[in-house]
Design a protein around this ligand. Sequence first.
Ligand code: H79
Length: 546
Amino acid sequence: MPNDHKMDWWKDARFGMFIHWGIYSVPAGKYVFNLPNGQYKEDITQGEWIMNRCKIPVAEYRKYAERFNPIKFNAEEWVLSAKAAGQKYIVITAKHHDGFAMFKSETSNYNIYDATPFKRDPLKELAEACRKYGIKLGFYYSQAQDWGHKGGAPNKYHWDKAAQDGSMDAYIDSIAAPQVKELLTNYGDVAVLWWDTPKDMTPTLAQKLDSITKLHPYLITNNRLGGGIRGDLETPEQYIPAAGYPGRNWEVCMTVNDHWGYNAYDDNWKSSKELIRKLIDIASKGGNFLLNVGPTAEGIIPPVCVNTLKEIGDWLKINGEAIYGTTANPFDYISWGRATRKGQKVFIHVFDWPKNGKLNVPFANTVTKAYLLEDTATMLPTKTIGTKVMVTVPKIAPDKVASVLVLEFKGEPNILPKLTEGATAKASSELDTTHGVNKIFSTYPKDFYSAAKDQKETTIELNLGKPLAVAGIMLAEPWRTWENKKQQFTLSYKDGNEWKKITDGTTNGTGHTEMFKEVTTQWLRLQLTNDTDPPRLNQLLLYRPD
Ligand code: H79
């Protein structure tokens, strides 16, 4: 196969820039509703969804295009910001759900070249700048939802029926398919096509778009085309999957504040420290991080973001070896940091520096060298104690965000089996055979256990096969962040004939990881309650004491 290696650059890259830019940056998150009594009401919480959320008619929304003149846009500056952040690729919205094309399109004049005073093609300029600086470029394209063209799905939610209702077949044939062709032929090598929200997408419709991308064997596509097409990437949005997706390529997309498109009223910025730790967490589970910026209507990336990106890049300049081209943590979860691997090196990213100057790493191999990435010339003393390596480290953390320790080792990683390896499970109810309780031991992202229909509670009993020391639990859950699901859980262990509580709490619908005081037990019980749905779990993992 010519494209066997098409994922190689992507796996090495680990970190990319997502850009949500469109005419929604003109209202910048705010919409004013005129009330019948001459008063008005403001909504300042919007982003790229403003047209839909505020039910703006197509003709009115189009006026934002007339005011869109981003004369401060400089493709090279954007690309240099990505470079300074240590990002290796950019994915930009070529067309979001509003239907407005941010490129010169022959297919529809609802585009930045024909419908704005700007009269430039920013994607062309970006493609040139990316080529110049060695950054890969990908396009986000909303293939099904399109509120600006007739037939863009889904008809049942249209609010400007005269302008929006129509045949989705005709829309795919006359808008989506030709625009995707334009994007894949007019901009040089396109690295990624990032589909989104496959509403009403049938296999037949998806096929029309898939057959276009198939003409580009090196093009990477995500899993959001719909119609049963799997694509190359899983795409968890706004959260880090608790256990990653072993065996799949996956990419977390996330905003720096709480909006994708520019919102002038949102100052809830994540710090560079939070984002660096997220990047490390993602890399330790084998995924990529696509971090979003929402440029303004003038064409600039918010200065807060530029600054934060630079700080992330400064950390990567020293520690990039522990991120780029690495693979997932080969051993158990460690609560005080994360780990990545590259060949015969294991990188330990320490979040909580040990006060006693001793780091105990759960790694049973012979370690030939130990040193910090900050200071590769100073070798640190190590000592193997049972299944752990104790490393003597400086008293003070070299880096406040994450200090990276390198362990060079011999042989294949000598990994202890998962605590659940010999375990069996029983549940008080199961939805059906494809959602049986054994699915909690599967790492396949689509697998999940579900309690029977109409159940709001379930009890799962685990038999570990023999008494084992347990000090942590990971629950992976199947919902999306915007569904705002949660489940209450209580974890207990059997002591003699009595169940004793270890911990309880509430999850966030995507997953939960928690360490606790170790217990040695053969029997565990997880009780789950869910106010809105039958309780569900993708996966359950148990962790040994640190
Ligand atoms: O492009 C970004 C989002 O616009 C898009 N995917 C990312 C990458 C996305 N489209 N739909 N969704 C995500 C899920 C639906 C979220 C919704 Fe909402 C919750 C739609 C209405 C309520 C989020 C919050 C969008 C508007 C308000």
